[in-house]
Design a protein around this ligand. Structure first.
Ligand SMILES: Cc1cc2nc3c(=O)[nH]c(=O)nc-3n(C[C@H](O)[C@H](O)[C@H](O)COP(=O)(O)OP(=O)(O)OC[C@H]3O[C@@H](n4cnc5c(N)ncnc54)[C@H](O)[C@@H]3O)c2cc1C
Length: 396
């Protein structure tokens, strides 16, 4: 739904130029012209005193440009403090599979200065090419500068698919990029595939409160853009012998930001990174408040972390950063031990790609057993103390 200016009605008053929150409107020959930074927020439509600006209400039903010009799969390699976040490597694993099935190349996009070793690690993780945009402003996250830099690259190179992590950074700026390049975006995907016939990207995500999984395609616009939850896709083992191309890009124009980063503060007490844990000992309502002490003890002995269901978090037994599921974290540890957890679909959405799931539940019909590799029908307060005792013996 683009915004259009009716040039015969526009009186050149510049009210829209002054009011546009994104600085997206300029005057040309005394008429307003909507630029690339437009996010379709509609402020100009509301503000125009002569009703010369409108939202065009006809959605596009067919491609308006040659889609075959778009080639290749891109992964945005998010970094924080010069360290690439785990989801970027996971997306390269998935991107490799998608690119191979399309017969196209896989590229990573990396922002920031002094990141040469990280660029190489992206090639080792599956990329054929890395576009490295080196600008000091991109060392830290600034939504407008990130959106400018990625939109410019997409317009220049025309990738067919662009993937990014559904992290707080990805969720903030990737929708802005999708708007700038006039395409769709499926947020928070849990599965991706290529349609065998039309070669469109099939993007699957939970819908209607997690009760159904919706598969979404974007047949008329390019690139096809998706954000993907951390922990859902599998990274490839790094291959130091892989060869690839690193292209250093300068931003097309000077990057600016309306924001200034004053300080970054870790959330006190929430330093666990459950998304990257290899072993998670997770508890549900069946554990009761006291049972979580036992889970902490076992997790410590195994070198893992404690996870929780929403029921346990809502009861105040564990803080929210430990919640696993559709409205919590997505995890894929080597071992997930589900204790007193029924296995509701919203919980499974966050943990079922774990390598091995061990479930303990006293109800033999609990749905968690449908996804468990090892199921123990029993009382957690009998099974877990026996397990903890055995672990202590093994550790001497
Ligand atoms: C929009 C939406 C989003 C949601 N997001 C999430 C989410 O992100 N994460 C999430 O987890 N949930 C989420 N939920 C909630 C979800 O639907 C379930 O209500 C929740 O996962 C249930 O948690 P539970 O398994 O701990 O509790 P219950 O479903 O009550 O299950 C408790 C289990 O413990 C077993 N049990 C009890 N006592 C013992 C014992 N002594 N020994 C062994 N087993 C025992 C019982 O047999 C039972 O199976 C969401 C719901 C909605 C509607």
């Amino acid at each position: 739904m683009p915004i259009i200016v009716k040039v015969d009605i526009c009186v050149g008053c510049e009210a829209c130029v002054n009011e546009c929150p994104f600085g997206a409107i300029e005057m040309k020959d005394e008429k307003a012209v909507i630029g690339d930074k437009c996010t379709l927020c509609g402020t100009c439509v509301d503000i125009c005193p002569s009703f010369a600006i409108e939202m065009a209400d006809e959605p596009k039903s067919a491609p308006t440009e040659d889609l075959s010009a778009y080639k290749g799969v891109w992964v945005f390699a998010e970094q924080r403090n010069n360290k690439i976040v785990s989801v970027a490597y996971e997306l390269l694993g998935e991107g490799r599979r998608l690119a191979d099935s399309l017969g196209e190349e896989l590229s990573a996009v990396l922002f920031g200065t002094g990141m040469d070793a990280e660029a190489k690690s992206l090639i080792e993780a599956g990329a054929d090419r890395v576009y490295q945009v080196e600008a000091p402003l991109l060392n830290e996250f600034h939504e407008d500068a990130y959106a400018d830099a990625l939109s410019q690259l997409i317009k220049k190179y025309k990738p067919e698919i662009v993937l990014a992590g559904a992290t707080s950074i990805g969720r903030a700026f990737v929708p802005v990029v999708a708007t700038r390049v006039r395409t769709g975006l499926t947020a928070d995907c849990t599965a991706l595939d290529i349609d065998g016939e039309k070669k469109n990207l099939l993007q699957t995500r939970p819908a209607f409160g997690g009760n159904i999984m919706a598969t979404i395609a974007c047949p008329n616009n390019r690139p096809q853009m998706a954000t993907v939850r951390p922990g859902v896709m599998k990274r490839l083992p790094p291959d130091a012998a892989r060869m690839g191309e690193i292209i250093k890009e300068a931003p097309a124009g000077p990057l600016t930001s309306k924001t200034r980063l004053v300080e970054t503060i870790d959330e006190a007490g929430h330093r666990i990174n459950i998304s990257e844990a290899e072993i998670i000992v997770s508890g549900g309502r069946g554990m009761g408040e006291k049972g979580f002490e036992l889970l902490r003890e076992i997790a410590d002995m195994l070198g893992g972390v404690v996870g929780a269901t929403r029921a346990a978090v809502d009861s105040g037994w564990m803080p929210y950063p430990h919640q696993i599921g559709q409205t919590g974290r997505t995890v894929s540890p080597r071992i997930y031990i589900a204790c007193g957890i029924s296995g509701a679909i919203q919980h499974l959405a966050g943990m079922q790609s774990s390598d091995m799931i061990i479930a303990i539940n006293k109800d033999p019909d609990a749905p968690i057993f449908n996804v468990a590799d090892i199921g123990i029908v029993g009382d957690v307060f009998e099974v877990l103390p026996a397990f903890a005792k055995k672990l202590k013996e093994m550790r001497g």
